[in-house]
Each structure stands twice: as C-alpha cells, then as structure tokens.
Design a protein around this ligand. Structure first.
Ligand code: PLP
Length: 226
C-alpha cells in the first residue's frame, strides 16, 4: 500500500486541481481501507455489491461509498440505504429502480450515467444515442423520478498503451458531458461531475477535464482479481 508521503502528494496534487480522489478498494481487506482512512481518505469505491455491504457494516460511518461497477437492478436495494454515488448507470430501467429504492429509504441518490467511449465491446455503458434516449425518458418522467439526481457522467478509456487513443476517448466523454450540461441541465449546478481516469491514465484524464478519478492499484497495490 501507498505510504503516507505518497498519499499526501497524490491527495494534494488532486486537491490543487479540484479533482476528487476515489480510492478504489475492491478486493482489499477492511484493514487496508482503515489504513487509508487514517491517512484522511473518506471517498472509497467498490464494484461488488456483497463486498460493499459487508465492508460498509464494519467501517466508519462517515465514509462516502461510491459504487463504481456494473450494477444489476435486483441488487440496488442492498446499497440504497447508504450509497453516496452510483457511477455506472447504463439503462433507464436501472435509473427507475434506483429511484424506487431511494424513495423506500426516504433518500435522494446521486448517480452518474456511464458513457461507453472505449473500443472494447466488453465495457458497459450507453452509446451516445442511447444516452440521449435515456435523458429524454428522464425528462418526460422527471416528476416520478424525484428520488434520483443525475450529477454527471462516468467512463473508461480503451485499455491500451496508445496515449493518443486514451486521450481521444477522454476528450469525447468530456465533450458529451459539456453538451449535456448545456442542454439538459442548464442552471442545475449539481450536474458537475465528470468521473474519468484510473491508476494508469488519471493524469491524461485530468488534462482532458476529469474532476473525479477512481484510483485503485496505485493506492492499494495490485489486485489478484478484478
Ligand atoms: C477497478 C476499477 C478502477 C480502478 O482501477 P485501477 O487501475 O486499479 O486504478 C476504476 N474504475 C473502475 C470502474 C474499476 O472497476
């Protein structure tokens, strides 16, 4: 795991740029999360529902838990009582279910919509046309969807060494983010999050407009599984 000096350097660098650091703790034990917590980290990201629920029960209540993985509708209910931000909404159906579970918990849940910008077919997310369709459905049913707040977009660049390609993926995501902010969310200051960048590409992502990075291995070391 990252030491105190390295963590502070990373944290200060990101804070100076107004970028929020999500420490991606998936697969890592609660002891390591607590060690990062003791350094001052409060935003943590997980991508398995069961793992997140177990960790949330054991760890301090002032942690902000980000659900960053692909989320199945039937699992929303388990994280709805406490989740801080759901990053990867990729269907209107999922949005409706999050709203329903948020209402049951008398909460408003913040979400990001995931745009698919990478070349890999294996990655999740809307394409641009689907994203607009989802926003149109949302516009039409806003009154019934009062328990969710769409706060921005999230995406992942192609997994490649080619920085030109990575940069162009991030550019596209940021351009769509800006377009949507100026068409669907005028005057809505909460639509402000562009979540892009991981351990290997966060510096490029920030150069291209990211203000929230999801960093795992750089903080916690390599994972045995993903
Ligand atoms: C695992 C994961 C990360 C962090 O990846 P690292 O390369 O370890 O920084 C970021 N975002 C998502 C969606 C992930 O699943």
């Amino acid at each position: 795991m990252i030491n105190e000096v390295e963590w502070k350097k990373l944290h200060d660098e990101l804070t100076a740029k107004n970028v929020t650091l999500i420490a991606v703790s998936k697969t890592k034990p609660v002891e390591e999360i607590l060690a990062a917590y003791d350094l001052g980290q409060r935003e943590f990201g997980e991508n398995y529902v069961q793992e997140l629920v177990e960790k949330q029960l054991q760890l301090p209540a002032d942690i902000h838990w980000h659900y960053i993985g692909h989320l199945q509708s039937n699992k929303v209910k388990y994280i709805a009582p406490f989740v801080h931000l759901i990053h990867a909404v990729d269907s209107f159906k999922l949005l409706v279910e999050i709203n329903k579970q948020a209402a049951k918990n008398s909460r408003i849940i913040d979400v990001l919509l995931q745009l698919h910008v990478a070349d890999e077919e294996t990655k999740f997310g809307f394409d641009e046309k689907e994203l607009i369709e989802c926003l149109e459905y949302y516009e039409a049913q806003k009154e019934q969807l009062a328990n969710i707040r769409i706060c921005g977009l999230m995406g992942m660049a192609t997994n490649t060494e080619d920085t030109t390609k990575i940069r162009s993926d991030f550019k596209r995501l940021y351009a769509v983010f800006k377009n949507i902010a100026q068409s669907y969310f005028i005057g809505k200051n909460y639509f402000s999050i562009c979540s892009m960048g991981m351990s290997g590409d966060y510096e490029l992502a920030i150069e291209e407009g990211s203000n929230m990075v999801r960093i795992g291995s750089l903080i916690f070391g390599d994972r045995r599984y993903n």
